[in-house]
Design a protein around this ligand. Structure first.
Ligand code: HSE
Length: 320
């Protein structure tokens, strides 16, 4: 279904189309600072210029997302970009989403990152990746009330990204070893803003020590291609105990998938999706069967993805 509002703005010049990937934020222990992009699913977005001032949004999917640019994550990101491109009067954005909003696999980030990468390609690549992350974070603010980059950065850079600092922005891209990713999306919606609101604001020192040991272990494991270290480090003693109660079947998924051969995993972003990393495709397939079995028994609809880490990020698929 398309949005009812007719586009009156006329496109001028070429249209750039991109594929923008889903992302898994937090990577279990790295709340707000770690994330990675995956090869499926992804959204498709196109951007062209217009002489009609402002951002003009056209949705070509069933999600009925707002077309007011200030209330739309792609729109808010493009408004931030337009602010730094005074020679550009207006942009037309067409969006076809395949990543369901509220799924926990970076739906809003795919919209925001895809829009700004497409616009940047259209405008002769005048902005750096870091600039694009800054623009796209305005979209995340619309979606969750806060600027966080752990979905946006991997969507734009590809691979795994460490957000060492957000103010000022300091992104460390990490090229991971080959990893297979199995994701289950139980068909319930968890709003990121709600999943943030329930978190405690203080942390015990003993928990902090465990957590930063795991974050350091995970980063070292990724850089050294040490799969056992990666697996041991996929532990979260701060966020997961609070958020996992929102996800039916979470504890069974975690325990039984590890028994089936997964290195480890946990909540994807703010949930409800759960992801598992595996060293081989065979393990990832066994994990997918375990996930299906659990949700069939619970009687909750679900969707699974078996994919790999996307090292490219948002990809231009048509340059007009
Ligand atoms: N780091 C964010 C959170 C990601 O967990 O709230 C949201 O997708």
């Amino acid at each position: 279904m398309s949005n009812q509002k007719e586009i009156t703005a006329k496109p001028i010049g070429k249209k750039v189309t991109v594929s923008s990937p889903a992302t898994v934020a937090n990577m279990v222990c790295g709340f707000d600072i770690l994330g990675f992009a995956v090869n499926a699913p992804s959204d498709v977005l196109s951007v062209s210029q217009t002489n009609e001032p402002g951002i003009h949004i056209f949705n070509e999917d069933e999600y009925d997302l707002p077309t007011d640019p200030e209330k739309n994550v792609s729109g808010a990101a493009l408004l931030a970009l337009l602010d730094k491109a005074p020679d550009v009067k207006g942009l037309i954005l067409t969006s076809k989403k395949q990543i369901k909003p509220g799924s926990g696999i970076g739906s809003s980030a795919a919209s925001a990152a895809g829009a700004v990468v497409a616009a940047n390609e259209l405008l002769g690549k005048r902005f750096s990746n870091e600039d694009l992350v800054q623009f796209a974070m305005f979209g995340e603010k619309v979606a969750s009330g806060v600027k966080h980059a752990d979905n946006i950065a991997p969507a734009i850079y590809g691979g795994v990204t460490l957000i060492r600092s957000i103010f000022p922005l300091d992104i460390v891209p990490i090229k991971p070893p080959e990893l297979f990713v199995t994701i289950v999306h139980p068909q319930i919606e968890v709003r990121t803003s709600d999943a943030r609101q329930i978190l405690k604001h203080t942390v015990l020192l003993k928990d902090a020590i465990k957590q930063w040991g795991n974050i350091a272990g995970l980063v070292a494991g990724l850089l050294k291609h040490d799969y056992d270290l990666i697996g041991r480090s996929l532990e979260d003693v701060i966020i997961e105990p609070v958020r996992s109660i929102l996800i039916p079947g979470f504890n069974d998924v975690k325990r039984l998938c590890k028994e089936a051969g997964a290195l480890g995993g946990g909540i994807s972003g703010s949930g409800p999706s759960i992801f598992m990393l595996s060293k081989t495709q065979q393990d990832a397939e066994a994990v997918e069967e375990v996930m299906k079995d659990i949700y069939n028994k619970i009687g909750l609809d679900y969707h699974t993805y078996l994919t790999t880490i996307n090292n490219e990020g948002v990809k231009v698929i048509d340059n007009g």
